[in-house]
Design a protein around this ligand. Structure first.
Ligand code: GCU
Length: 623
């Protein structure tokens, strides 16, 4: 009787029941961005729909034909033939915009629009027998409703991860019409919830492509160096001939070829000792190898770096050697006065080069959500270690089972997209989330999912801490109950900006942890408006105050014996609706070390000089 009662208690508490394995993502289409594809970027028609008439009629149910944006009809022609026909929208004659990019910058009226926008374009296709065609989205923020030739293809929630639909049976030979409704409105049960400290760039913000593959193809492939010195390859075939299929894995430039045979579910794996000639990936030597996986008619390929990352006590080891992470935080927002979250290779290179060449960084925290694959591939190429995270940010509905499901799906989509990226060493499962039993269970479930999906990387989360006097010393104490589920502790610290600490007092603040694990300062920072000066360095928002904040905070950091890295907040100023001071902010968070247009502030050089010194003599090297 008692056991039954306990089971009832557990199952009655949403999110407290023992979690199952990570959600299955299908299709994965790993390395989709390297597959030969038809790129649908370019001109699309756009129409706003603030009251979502295109989604439902005035009493609910299917939308009236007059509002049905996705209907497969030529409205202009219909009106010419029948003057009595009633339509109250027509995407075919709506304004044309260039995708991918957020709608915020399409016009002055759109700058603050949040809600539903419809996009539509036509394209020719010529389906071939024995082939499958996937419609692939790099990301759409926040919910996407996809239609092809008037048919509902599918939906996706989550603004920063890829998704795809098999449209083989819906494609016409000749002209096709794709219509996508993107709704940027988030609710309290979404991930993230409505309130964040960054702009909601609504829209189709990454590439939309048509990917044609053989009817049985390599859907997932993950090739990595394991801590015991082996090259392991594993993945999944998908299609009618996925089972019991020969698979060949070749690592170009290493003369390494492995073979496998898929099982009844299409899963395959192979491994071999790492060849003696293997050049391990590192920031100093970001060596990438061309990897090909062949199965039947399909050849999957990616550019893969081989390295290991681990923790040893309170140290982080890269390729077995202790490393100090000299980092900086970066939002997915290109340099410029009017960014639209269009991350091209040039935009990614500009941001990451400022970190690597300008700041002498070896690490970036790509906050607060999965960034474009353009960014993570650029980090692989330039040689920067990466912290990758999902936007479990601030006040998430931790006790809601659907919210947990959404976060788990987002984490799996992120890891399955990027686990071939050597640059990524950390998966983060949250940022500054208020401690509660429900929150700690929620994040522990995510940490467990991350480990099951990828046992080769480290798990972390940006946490909060608290202050107390210990033996008369002002001490920051780290004792978050989530830490046992993490490999690396990370804390956001703003002493000297938020609160009343004087800058001069910062170096005397001590740090203590209940757990012996490596610590990263996942954020620290102060704001400054570029060009605003106060020689006394006492006025917040002056460049001098920000620079002095960095000098004093870095002195404090050098004294923390288990500190193994930092990613100050943040490389450049970024749009935030929460920052509306008319003189200093005007809708921008000004904690950047440079302005939104890349004008470096005095603090930039303070950090750069410190990182240059730490390059050869990192803190704690002698400890
Ligand atoms: C928080 C948060 C950031 C935010 C920053 C700030 O730590 O993680 O997203 O922008 O502080 O206050 O500027």
């Amino acid at each position: 009787m008692l056991v039954a009662a306990l089971m009832t208690v557990f199952s009655a508490q949403p999110g407290l029941a023992q979690e199952s394995s990570p959600p299955r993502i299908a299709p994965v289409l790993a390395a989709a961005d390297l597959r030969p594809a038809r790129d649908l970027s370019g001109p699309w028609h756009m129409s706003i729909d603030p009251y979502r008439d295109g989604m439902a009629g005035f009493h609910g149910g299917k939308p009236a034909m007059s509002s049905r944006r996705y209907a497969d009809i030529d409205i202009a022609e219909t009106e010419r033939r029948d003057g009595s026909a009633l339509f109250e929208q027509d995407l075919g004659r709506s304004p044309v915009v260039t995708l991918p990019q957020s709608w915020l910058t399409q016009s002055a009226e759109m700058r603050h629009y949040q809600g539903l926008v419809w996009y539509q374009r036509h394209f020719d296709a010529h389906p071939q027998p024995g082939k499958r065609v996937f419609l692939h989205f790099g990301a759409a923020n926040y919910a996407a409703h996809v239609y092809l030739n008037g048919e509902h293809v599918g939906e996706h929630r989550g603004g920063f991860t890829p998704f795809a639909f098999d449209v083989t049976d819906l494609l016409r030979d000749g002209d096709n019409q794709i219509t996508v409704g993107v709704d940027s409105q988030r609710g309290d049960k979404d991930v993230p919830p409505p309130v964040t400290d960054w702009e909601t760039y609504g829209g189709i913000t990454r590439a939309v492509t048509l990917i044609t593959v053989p009817e049985t193809y390599v859907d997932d492939a993950w090739v990595r160096l394991t801590r015991d010195g082996r090259i392991v390859a594993s993945g999944t075939l998908d299609g009618p001939a996925a089972a019991n299929r020969a698979v060949r894995i070749a690592v170009g430039g290493l003369g390494l070829t492995m073979t496998a045979r898929s099982d009844a579910q299409g899963n395959w794996s192979a491994d071999a000792p790492a060849p003696a000639g293997l050049k391990r990936w590192s920031p100093q030597s970001p060596t990438l190898y061309d990897v090909r996986v062949t199965a039947g008619d399909d050849v999957w390929h990616d550019q893969v770096g081989f390295r290991t990352v681990s923790v040893d006590g309170d140290r982080i080891l890269l390729n077995g050697k202790s490393v100090f992470l000299r980092g900086i935080c970066i939002h997915e927002e290109e340099f410029g006065a009017d960014p639209t979250r269009a991350i091209t290779p040039e935009a990614a290179r500009a941001l990451l080069t400022e970190a690597k060449q300008g700041l002498h960084a070896n690490y970036v925290r790509l906050a607060h959500y999965p960034h474009s694959p353009v960014m993570t591939r650029m980090a692989d190429k330039l040689g920067l270690l990466v912290w990758s995270e999902i936007p479990v940010y601030w006040r998430v509905a931790f006790d809601d089972a659907d919210t947990l499901k959404q976060a788990r799906t987002m984490l799996a989509e992120n890891i399955l997209r990027d686990r071939d990226r050597a640059s990524i060493i950390l998966w983060s499962v949250g940022n500054e989330t208020p401690v509660s039993d429900a929150r700690t269970h929620f994040l522990t479930t995510l940490a467990s999912d991350a480990r099951r999906l990828d046992g080769t990387r480290l798990i972390s989360a940006a946490l909060l801490s608290h202050r107390e006097k210990r033996d008369g010393v002002d001490t920051v104490v780290i004792d978050d109950p989530l830490i046992p589920a993490l490999d690396v502790m990370a804390v956001n610290t703003y002493n000297g900006w938020y609160g009343d600490d004087s800058l001069a007092s910062l170096p005397s603040i001590a740090w203590a942890s209940k757990y012996r694990k490596p610590l990263i300062f996942s954020e620290l920072g102060a704001a400054a408006k570029a060009g605003f000066h106060d020689p006394t360095a006492t006025h917040k928002f002056s460049e001098e105050y920000q620079a002095e904040y960095y000098r004093q905070t870095l002195k404090m950091a050098e004294k923390v014996p288990f500190l193994r890295g930092m990613s100050p907040w943040i490389l450049k100023d970024f749009r935030s609706p929460r920052r509306q001071h008319p003189i200093y902010q005007q809708g921008w968070n000004r904690k950047g070390l440079e302005s939104e247009t890349g004008r470096r502030k005095q603090a930039f050089d303070v950090l750069a000089d410190q990182y240059l010194r730490w390059t050869d003599a990192p803190p704690g090297a002698d400890r």
